[in-house]
Write a protein that binds this ligand. Structure first.
Ligand code: ZN
Length: 204
């Protein structure tokens, strides 16, 4: 529970960061972290196309450097991108100067006003600095598709258990998540549609 749905106190640490949008409406916001990579991102794009859903991809700058054509495809297919640092740095493990410089390096390849901190960790000075020029997008539901402790079924269960109006939901277009997302993403989309949720793009 503490992982899948971040607790109120944790949210209160980061005033002005976004976890949910439009709580009064039956809408959800799909997001995908850590790509783009050829093994996973095109598969995710095809699934989203199949259901006519648009989503937000928080990209790692170094992956955009390696696979610029996949990054372009994300945008050409109508999705949004966000900055997820250049080297997937954890804010608590590095000095603020290093962290902010890494994000700036990613900015050269990712043109976006959206930022998501890897692992959801940031020092407060880092957050306050970033908040000035970014919308910091956290999440309301972590599917935990990246975790080797989870089965594909449990990842799908997390979506069913924790999604509510306005949830920002996180999946990963990463190799660690492959087995789980390939099962849980289509299942989750079908389930969310059955429940009457509409899929929105951040900012809509
Ligand atoms: Zn990440």
């Amino acid at each position: 529970m503490l992982i899948e749905r971040p607790p109120f106190l944790y949210r209160a640490f980061f005033p002005g960061a976004h976890w949910r949008f439009h709580k009064e409406e039956k809408v959800v916001y799909l997001t995908f972290d850590d790509g783009p990579i050829p093994e996973m991102t095109p598969w995710v794009l095809d699934v989203l196309d199949q259901y006519h859903i648009r989503a937000t991809f928080f990209c790692v700058g170094d992956n955009v450097r390696k696979y610029p054509h996949i990054y372009r495809e994300i945008m050409e297919r109508g999705h949004l991108t966000g900055n997820h640092t250049f080297h997937h740095l954890q804010g608590l493990k590095v000095r603020s100067k290093t962290y902010l410089k890494d994000i700036q390096e990613a900015e050269e390849r990712i043109e976006s006003k959206l930022f998501r901190p890897p692992h959801g960790h940031m020092r407060l000075p880092q957050f306050f600095n970033l908040r000035k020029r970014y919308d910091v997008i956290m999440w309301d539901v972590v599917t935990r598709d990246y975790s080797c402790l989870m089965t594909p079924e449990q990842v799908f269960d997390n979506v069913k258990k924790y999604t509510r109006n306005g949830s920002v939901i996180v999946f990963h277009d990463s190799l660690k998540a492959e087995e789980k997302i390939k099962y849980a993403l289509p299942k989750s989309i079908e389930w969310l549609l059955e429940q009457g949720y509409q899929f929105r793009l951040i900012g809509e």
